[in-house]
Write a protein that binds this ligand. Structure first.
Ligand code: PAF
Length: 455
């Protein structure tokens, strides 16, 4: 992010072409020193008090700026004037209203400005779009925006309705929260012949995910990134509850590489009461991680099938880091004749060689240091292979021996498999994947390297 302060703005308009006025503000904010990172959907709200007047359209923006709070206030006032806002009666109708809701973690009070915005906790038309951008958002006093919203009267919440005409009028990245809305967009894009890229993720984005997104942005008309911690791919004793989550950060990162839509559904919307589908690909799901994580790939296949049906992408992008997942999803698309190309993207590594992973945050200092043996052992195996070694047992033994030099490493598997079928090979021919899973204390890491010709 180029600017140093993260701000949330609330926009409103109830005069003239209301949606156009909001789009105008979003388009011109950069000229006023404010980079828009993400925009919520528009909501339609009956006005509060004052004279009789048309309904408002409201929107929340996540933005970045170098302006100090008072300078930011002056900038948004200038933009309101540029949009044609005239001095009006108190609570009267207006072409454009821009409120500063939050500014970093700051609590600030001057004669003209209060941060967080004085009324934001009490207004459904502020909180609803804000929660679309950032469902986990915490206010500087520690209270969650979602908790403030939850205690508002139902009648007030019901008065704030999603303004659906926005679908055609998108100007910036949007966060799609419902399955119904995602499906409507997917249908529309298919009908319009749009080339759509899908980047499925479980969030807590790192450079590896952003590499997938950048490929998609470069190769498609528009890119959807899903952020969904898929409960059905976790086993009973796995880390579903503690899996790291940061939707606000993810939205900002996705926006920074040009993603058009983040799709962040609720689990109950993806898997409503009575959901019963399962997909079982035999063979390819049974080795490596499939052996130690029963049900994992079934859960992955189900969620990806649902995402493909909703988004209807032309291309989907997955990291080679999860090499078996990539092979499984290629097979899924092939076996079901899914009209989507599955693209694998090379592993992104830290400067010292550790493969990027959302789970790396679990590693303590010592484990993080020792985890370097993984990539080192893969590189050593490649040297053996390049020197002509073709006995899989010899190569695997060398990898194991190197990993065991790390006292905290607990090997789950080291295996050489055919790159497409994921079946173990004893003498590598064609392209094979040397894959490993190793635990460092409670953290399970996987890594792999492809050996042999790309087929
Ligand atoms: O690789 C992941 O993050 C997940 O397995 C995926 C593909 C997003 C499915 O939930």
């Amino acid at each position: 992010m180029a600017f140093s302060h993260r701000v949330y703005l609330g926009l409103g308009s109830n005069l003239g072409d209301r949606a156009a006025n909001l789009r105008y503000a979003v388009r011109r904010l950069p000229e006023f020193g404010v980079e828009v990172l993400a925009a919520s959907p528009l909501y339609q709200t009956a006005p509060w008090g004052g004279v009789a007047q048309p309904d408002f359209l409201n929107q929340a923006l996540l933005a970045a700026t170098d302006l100090a709070p008072a300078e930011l206030l002056a900038a948004v006032k200038r933009l309101e004037e540029a949009a044609g806002r005239l001095p009006t009666v108190f609570w009267g109708p207006r072409v454009l209203d821009i409120d500063i809701l939050l500014y970093d973690e700051l609590t600030f009070q001057s004669e003209r400005l209060t941060i967080p915005h004085r009324e934001m906790k009490n207004r459904a038309f502020v909180l609803a779009p804000l929660l679309d951008l950032s469902p986990e958002l915490a206010l500087p006093d520690g209270e969650r925006a979602a908790a403030c919203y939850a205690r508002l009267p139902e009648a007030e919440k019901a008065g704030v309705r999603l303004y659906v005409e926005r679908i055609g009028g998108k100007t910036h990245m949007e966060v799609i929260k419902t399955v119904a809305e995602m499906q409507e967009l997917g249908r529309r894009w298919r009908a319009e012949g749009k080339k759509v890229g899908l980047v499925p993720t479980m969030g807590y984005l790192h450079e590896g995910h952003l590499a997938l997104a950048k490929r998609s942005v470069a190769e498609n008309d528009l890119t959807v990134m899903s952020v969904f911690v898929n409960p059905i791919q976790f086993g009973a004793n796995e880390d579903l509850a503690t899996y790291p989550r940061d939707l606000a950060g993810d939205v900002a990162k996705a926006a920074s590489v040009g993603v058009d839509y983040v799709f962040a559904p609720e689990p109950a919307d993806m898997y409503p009461e009575g959901f019963a589908a399962s997909i079982n690909l035999t063979g390819v799901t049974e080795t490596l991680c499939g052996a130690s994580r029963p049900g994992h790939f079934q859960g992955v296949c189900v969620v990806i099938t649902k995402l493909f049906n909703l988004v209807q992408p032309t291309n989907a992008y997955f990291g080679q880091k999860d090499g078996q997942q990539l092979a499984v999803l290629k097979k899924l698309a092939r076996d079901f004749n899914m009209p989507v190309k599955i693209n694998g993207v090379p592993i992104v590594r830290e400067a010292d060689g550790l493969a990027k992973s959302s789970r790396n945050v679990y590693l303590d200092e010592e484990c993080r240091k020792q985890a370097l043996v993984l990539n080192q052992s893969l590189q050593a195996a490649k040297k053996l292979y390049d020197a002509g070694e073709r006995d899989a047992e010899v190569i695997k033994a060398a990898v194991r021996a190197h990993i065991q030099t790390a006292s905290l490493a607990d090997i789950e598997y080291v295996e050489i498999v055919d790159a497409l079928t994921m079946q173990p090979v004893s003498r590598p021919e064609g392209q094979v994947m040397l894959a490993l899973a190793v635990r460092f204390k409670t953290t399970r890491l996987i890594d792999n390297i492809l050996l042999g010709p790309d087929e």
